[in-house]
Design a protein around this ligand. Structure first.
Ligand code: ZN
Length: 488
């Protein structure tokens, strides 16, 4: 097994990864809040941890990858209305809240499939783990680090801070956290502004709520990740990931909840991906530069000068190290599109190269360097630059300036199949579309041959049945002189 180094946010250092149980690595990543359509910001963590899991598996680890779905309305209220976002949409559109959640979850999954992001091993939903969350609240209350106030339960940050240190992940102290804390309506039940809700009593207009020993209410947002990571990965597990924006307060609160309820902070390595900016600015609805993933795929957004394929977006994200900021612009995405096309063309050309000549040491070195880069804190831009070296060699061989032996051809194939298409998860969209079309074509020939056979034996019921079933799928069959033709 190769040595893998990752930057641990907790120690602020690059550390050699040592799993608790080398037989099964536990990874928890904060997943999407399904209150709206998946946007550009969702793509980065999804792709980063997808590559990370693929790398772990490629170097020999088994991984249990848990990525949650936040589907319970939490305390981030709509600023204008003081109303939960899911609840508001549900009320306006007369939907059951779970219908809203279901719709956006499906759309998130569809966007992930487009981006070639593999599903996690377990995708738990917060709404499906209310009992586990209540159990954590009970433990924190019993340990004396929480208090009840008007049916809501709050975490007592000051008391916790005396016994343990609050802020170990973000490096903030209690005074720092006071800054920027607003005293929002309905939070006046708290003893101190930095206390956070573990359980919130539901107001009458709040439509997602559950009975509990304290009140009819709903769990605080930070709680779900403590409860679900423990349930599926145990009291202590290897790696917790997420976007840098979640480091404080979300992950800081998770550490406090874990320590208060189970006596350990729970996580050995914290990994945070940096954010995507748009033309140098933070993305936000109020800034008018909000881009959903489907906008990107269709080009249907004023910020965009064209549509970008999912693989262009994936390639663009991998061209930056996950810990650096990444600025989105049409120019940058167009450059990524060109770079990707060059790489995919080389992958195609590679298939037709003839083996001839001497061994070239550089080829094996490129393969090795790709792994070295990826195992050095997931350095995808460096890995891609090495793959571009392989592209250069392929182009030279194709152009006749260089020869390549069979061994080196095999290694070049590994660089593409194992690293670019495998770990980095790039796929040739045009080729896979072509493949699907060929498969459909073949299937249609089979079906129509069967129908022709039914007709030949005057089995009209069967031939009509086949035609009707195809019609139900949106496929029209027209009988002509040279047999049947079909169209979608
Ligand atoms: Zn989380």
């Amino acid at each position: 097994m190769r040595d893998l180094y990752i930057t641990n946010t907790l120690s602020r250092q690059k550390e050699l990864f040592k799993p608790i149980n080398p037989g099964l690595v536990g990874l928890y990543v904060c997943g999407p809040t399904v209150y709206g359509d998946a946007h550009l910001g969702h793509a980065r963590p999804a792709i980063t941890y997808d590559v990370f899991v693929k790398l772990l598996r490629a170097i020999g680890y088994k991984v249990r990858y848990v990525r949650n779905i936040t589907d319970v309305g939490h305390l981030e209220h709509d600023a204008d209305e003081g109303e939960d976002k899911i609840a508001k949409k549900a009320r306006l559109e007369q939907l059951e809240p779970m219908e809203v959640v279901q719709e956006y979850t499906e759309r998130y999954h569809a966007a992930m499939r487009e981006l070639n992001v593999a599903p996690p091993s377990i995708e738990p939903r917060a709404s499906g783990h209310i009992i586990e969350q209540m159990a954590v609240v009970r433990k924190i209350l019993d340990a004396g680090y929480a208090y009840e106030s008007n049916g809501s339960i709050y975490f007592d940050v000051e008391k916790y801070n005396k016994d343990h240190k609050y802020g170990i992940l973000s490096g903030r102290n209690l005074e720092d956290t006071l800054e920027g804390t607003r005293n929002l309506d309905g939070q006046s039940d708290k003893r101190a502004p930095f206390d956070f809700a573990l359980w919130k009593k539901a107001s009458p207009e709040h439509i997602m709520h559950w009975p509990s020993e304290w009140s009819e209410g709903f769990p605080g947002w930070h709680l779900e990740c403590s409860a679900m990571s423990e349930k599926y990965l145990g009291k202590e597990f290897d790696i917790h990931g997420g976007g840098m924006d979640l480091m404080f307060p979300h992950h800081e609160c998770e550490i406090a909840q874990n320590t208060a309820s189970r006596g350990t902070s729970g996580v050995h390595y914290w990994m945070h991906n940096n954010m995507i900016t748009i033309n140098g600015k933070k993305m936000g609805k109020s800034l008018g530069n909000y881009i959903t993933l489907f906008d990107l795929f269709s080009g249907n957004n004023n910020v965009l000068s064209q549509a970008y394929s999912p693989m262009t977006i994936r390639f663009f994200i991998l061209q930056a190290h996950y810990r650096s900021t990444l600025d989105f612009s049409n120019e940058a995405l167009q450059a990524a599109e060109k770079g990707l096309a060059k790489m995919l063309q080389a992958a195609k050309d590679l298939k037709s190269l003839q083996a001839k000549g001497q061994k070239n040491e550089e080829v094996a070195q490129i393969y090795e360097k790709c792994y070295e880069a990826l195992c050095d804190d997931l350095n995808t831009p460096i890995a891609l630059s090495h793959i571009f070296d392989a592209v250069r060699i392929i182009n030279s061989v194709k152009g006749g300036q260089m020869q390549i032996c069979a061994d080196d051809l095999a290694i070049l194939n590994k660089i593409f199949d194992e690293i670019l298409f495998g770990i980095l998860g790039i796929k040739d969209e045009a080729a896979s579309e072509g493949k699907s079309a060929a498969v459909i074509d073949g299937l249609m020939k089979m079906v129509l041959a069967e129908r022709a056979e039914a007709k030949a034996s005057k089995n009209w019921a069967k031939s009509d049945e086949i035609r009707d079933k195809l019609s139900a799928l949106g496929i029209t069959v027209k009988d002509g002189k040279d047999g049947a033709e079909w169209s979608i």
